[in-house]
Design a protein around this ligand. Structure first.
Ligand SMILES: Nc1ncnc2c1ncn2[C@@H]1O[C@H](COP(=O)(O)OP(=O)(O)OP(=O)(O)O)[C@@H](O)[C@H]1O
Ligand SMILES: [Mg+2]
Length: 361
């Protein structure tokens, strides 16, 4: 990755007044044409990372490289980088065309060329017919597209997007996710998007950077993050996950046999060679990997149904095992157990073959 990196953050730290650490030793390489998302809880440093890339914020330590060139000293205006801000930052009294062409005017692009490029950018975002409208007359989704057109019209090497879809309702948001992805593919431009919506990050990104407390927890593809979270933080943040404290009973070449209370957990052995019999660790178990039954089966733990929540295609069941361990299970609505009652005593077991990650404790 590093060798063909378009953009590279090297040991970036950012300290603010009052001893606040915004970023702590961030190393990150982004490939040409990649769609990368920065995901993490509020205050973890996502916006600060974008601002350092854009040049709105100077790092306390470290360097930003673009195309092998150290751009750390360059002013924001001199970087081939554009930003779509969360609130779009459009000029409400100006026309769509003037908003989109604003950056081109600043760069002294001739009027004829400007008109051509503005029209092409608006065409890309499906707003060619709104070119002469005032921004005030547009809907939220249309404003969002104007902000995108304004950012792509300057043909940046890197497009930065800070929570670009957060102001949109759920339906429009999903539609815009698909359009963003299409636009990125058509332009071939590198996109770096900030979001704190994990579903959005999982559905749209080539790779996701999970941040926590000013640091990077893990960088991986969506499926790798989901299947092989590297830390308990990532496991708890991406999708729903039962984090179970478990002891290793025995191991063979391909399988670890663990137990969390009376619940047996046989999981594939991967990258956990140091774990010995009797050692305790954390195992991540997805709700869809917990099976429920009325009869006791091998390795099952007795459990009481605490609540049943309707979720459309599935039911989410909260349980408390006889060893006092809380479990969350997702079961299909058609399952024989769908009619179970709160307070009912049943059995919970691990779905055979479930690939549960064993996490550092
Ligand atoms: N200009 C500033 N002065 C002082 N502290 C700041 C400044 N900008 C950011 N911070 C602090 O740096 C940390 C990271 O902030 P940042 O805005 O990058 O978070 P974020 O991940 O974008 O959060 P959110 O999801 O809420 O937008 C926070 O603790 C924040 O309070
Ligand atoms: Mg932010």
């Amino acid at each position: 990755m590093a060798s063909n990196a378009l953009l590279r953050l090297e040991k970036i730290s950012k300290h603010f007044a009052g001893g606040i650490v915004g970023l702590n030793d961030i190393d990150l390489s982004i490939a040409q044409g990649e769609f990368l998302s920065l995901l993490g809880p509020s205050g973890c440093g996502k916006t600060t990372t974008l601002r350092v890339i854009a040049g709105f914020e100077a790092p306390t330590d470290g360097h930003v490289w673009l195309d092998g060139r150290d751009i750390t000293p360059l002013r924001a205006f001199d970087r081939p980088v554009n930003t779509v801000f969360q609130d779009y930052a459009l000029f409400p009294h100006m026309s769509v065309a003037d908003n989109v062409g604003f950056g081109l005017s600043l760069r002294k692009i001739a009027a004829a060329e400007r008109r051509k490029r503005v029209a092409a950018a608006l065409d890309m975002v499906g707003l060619a017919d709104k070119i002469n409208q005032r921004v005030q007359a547009l809907s939220g989704g249309q404003r969002q597209r104007v902000a995108l057109a304004r950012a792509i019209v300057c043909e940046p090497r890197v497009l930065l997007l800070d929570e670009p879809l957060s102001a949109l309702d759920a339906h429009l948001r999903e539609q815009m996710q698909i359009e963003l992805k299409r636009l990125q593919r058509e332009l071939g431009t590198t996109f770096v998007m900030v979001t704190h919506d994990q579903t959005e990050a999982l559905s749209i990104s080539d790779r996701i950077v999970v941040m926590n407390k000013a640091r990077i927890e893990q960088i991986a593809s969506p499926s790798e993050l989901y299947d092989r979270p590297a830390t308990t933080f990532v496991a708890g943040f991406i999708g729903s996950m039962n984090l179970l404290w478990a002891k290793l009973r025995s191991r063979d070449t391909s399988t670890l046999h663990l137990a969390s209370g009376s619940l047996a957990l046989s999981v594939p052995a991967a990258g956990d060679a140091a774990l010995k019999s009797g050692d305790a660790t954390t195992v991540g178990v997805r709700p869809e990997d917990i099976l429920l039954s009325r009869e006791r089966i091998d390795g099952a733990a007795g459990a009481r149904v605490e609540s049943v929540v309707f979720q459309g295609r599935s039911l989410r069941v909260h349980l408390l095992t006889d060893d006092n361990i809380s479990l969350t299970a997702d079961i299909p609505r058609q399952a024989e157990l769908a009619a179970m009652a709160v307070g009912e005593q049943i059995f919970a077991s691990l779905r055979p073959g479930a690939a549960c990650p064993v996490l550092p404790s």
